[in-house]
Write a protein that binds this ligand. Structure first.
Ligand code: SIN
Length: 282
């Protein structure tokens, strides 16, 4: 197995591995160490069945099931289908998943530890996924801001209708049946300490963080915009151009991500996603 860095600060690709044949504990431990060190890892050239993807995902943690009833694999509800394919005029998966900067399931009391995407079809152009290193975002803040936000909490929501920063994807009409489903908002620290590395990461996102708990609305939005702009500094962003067979795993506790869209027709992007269970952010 070879591990190569993708940027100076985070992201790594792993080659010469065949996931279904990974039985050696030492090799699995090396992959887990790379995941913690690089935050985003991509294992190239795989062809995993849903069962094989679920089995490998379980090396990272128990599987979470997404709260939306839509876009699940019909025989494997732990697998979400991300696809711009239509069959008989119907979309067969989520076309827009992750179109705003976010970290997965930040709207849950116990958000997911990590996410795995497996590329089964990829377009020639477009459809990239971009990642922000949120350890680096925290470190880039002035010390006065780090101190100011250290004990603040964010209110995070699944409901796009409550968040003026984001749009309702066309696929979901007025969005009520998908987003306005009574899922309670949750409160999490704005700076979270990674449970395995102990490093602080900036845990807010434009998609899910509605406001800072207990702060007047205007002040809260100004502070959040300041934090988002530090997160979105291109120097701490890695944009992944998908290759067929990629198995990409990212750590939701210390990264944000965004599906960049703009798939050039007639390109097809078809991926299977699994989510692995995390812990209460502290
Ligand atoms: C996601 O947010 O989980 C998916 C991102 C993507 O489709 O690139």
């Amino acid at each position: 197995m070879q591990i190569k860095k993708l940027t100076n600060t985070f992201g790594a690709e792993i080659i010469d591995v065949n996931i279904p044949n990974l039985t050696d504990r030492g090799d699995l431990d090396t992959i887990m160490e790379a995941f913690l060190a690089y935050q985003v890892i991509v294992i190239r050239n795989q062809k995993l069945s849903p069962v094989e993807q679920k089995k490998f995902s379980e090396e990272f943690g128990d599987l979470d099931i997404h709260i939306s009833s839509k876009n699940k694999h019909k025989d494997h509800p732990e697998l979400l289908i991300l696809s711009n394919k239509k069959i008989n005029g119907e979309w067969i998966g989520a076309t827009n998943a992750g179109d705003e900067w976010h970290t997965d399931t930040q709207y849950m009391p116990i958000p997911s530890k990590c996410t795995m995407l497996h590329a089964l079809e990829v377009p020639e152009e477009g459809g990239e996924t971009a990642f922000i290193n949120t350890y680096a975002a925290f470190e880039a803040l002035p010390v006065s801001t780090q101190n100011k936000i250290r004990d603040l909490k964010g209110v995070n929501s699944w409901n796009r209708l409550k968040n003026p920063r984001v749009k309702i994807p066309k696929q979901h009409g007025d969005g009520k049946s998908v987003y306005d489903i009574g899922h309670p908002d949750v409160i999490h620290p704005i700076v979270r300490s990674h449970p395995e590395t102990g490093r602080p990461a900036l845990y807010v996102s434009p998609r899910h963080t509605l406001f800072v708990k207990g702060m007047p609305v205007k002040e809260s939005e100004e502070l959040l915009q300041e934090l988002f702009s530090v997160q979105q500094n291109p120097q701490i962003i890695y944009t992944h151009k998908w290759r067929l067979g990629d198995v990409l795993i990212w750590d939701n506790r210390c990264t944000l991500h965004k599906g960049m869209g703009d798939i050039k027709a007639p390109g097809i992007r078809h991926l299977h996603r699994t989510l692995m269970a995390g812990s209460v952010p502290v």
